[in-house]
Design a protein around this ligand. Sequence first.
Ligand code: NAD
Ligand code: UD1
Length: 329
Amino acid sequence: MKVLVTGGLGYIGSHTVIELIKNNHEVVIIDNLSNSELSVLSVLEKLTNKKLPFYKMDVKDEEIKKVFEEHKIEGIIHFAGYKAVGESVSEPLMYYQNNIGTTLNLVKLALKYKVPKFIFSSSATVYGDQQSPFDETMPRGNTTNPYGETKKINERILEDVAYANKGFNVVLLRYFNPIGAHKSGLIGEKPVGIPNNLMPYITQTAKGIREKLYVFGNDYNTIDGTGVRDYIHVVDLAKGHVKALEYNNKGVDIINLGTGRGTSVLELVTSFEEVNKIKIPYEITNRRPGDIDECYASIDKARKVLKFEAKLTIEDMVRDAWNFEKNLK
Ligand code: NAD
Ligand code: UD1
């Protein structure tokens, strides 16, 4: 299938491009490089041994029409968007404009050019503070920040458009916590500035860029008091997208991509230390506003309809994350 991947040079998009090519799909990439670098394109071309059509464009812009004119797009995977929760609180307009504007423009063109399949990067954040395991039949919950709200609004927009347009089929993938990197160590997560998320903060502490890790609270109702999350290797997550693309759905499907297993902050730190033989100094501090105690997926639907199950372990995730970070210049 010829697939348009928006945000294809970003963290999850780049890993997905590799899996798509491995599975004999053709890929066209749009990215405006707002949170990625052009050098990722040459790495992808090296790893896949293919020349990849790339358009440096803003997905909100009318000019992306050109991509649909030049290629017969049969499926779209829409990763392009901003994702920093804290920044979304201080720059809400920027988040609503980018995260919703991209989808509106893309969907308009998808309908015009009769693209039958649309896959959207949603997030477990849309479940809000309900009780884990989160399953897809639960209603969308309350979000605590504009980033999360854009995911909820995007889900609703895509549901409404699919309902009104037979033949426009949507899969809303709700990611849990993607971490890790490609085995080559050549692509991975490269946050700008101080990392907000746990794994990049751990790898930067291991490298000596950060003095110590701040653990946000140890009084949660969890196994050791620290927050529990469902970490999924980004390569497994990428494979889930290939399955979602090949799944012949009608209308809208919501599907979780997680492992179904929860890991606490301290468990992740211990695993990192054991696998990589590096000590991570840490200090327990206050809870971070908006955090919940536990967040993990029900994976029954992914198993049943996509025949997808994540294979890689926490050990694989911490090893690959470090392998990427330590090679970074
Ligand atoms: P990322 O920032 O690494 O990748 C996003 C890419 O989109 C970047 O390369 C950026 O340059 C590009 N982009 C942003 N706005 C654009 C625009 N208007 N036009 C063209 N390109 C644009 O992020 P990621 O971690 O790969 O996440 C991909 C998607 O998955 C995002 O929508 C994110 O919200 C969602 N998601 C991520 C996580 C996570 O933990 N990483 C969790 C849940 C959902
Ligand atoms: C966060 C976002 C979520 C987003 C996801 C992926 C919030 C409240 N939620 O999820 O909307 O979809 O990232 O971008 O920001 N932790 C520490 N110290 C740190 C960093 C994190 O102890 O320096 C803890 C957190 O309290 C949490 C766990 O580690 O218990 C994971 O945090 P993080 O990686 O930020 O992911 P989420 O909060 O699950």
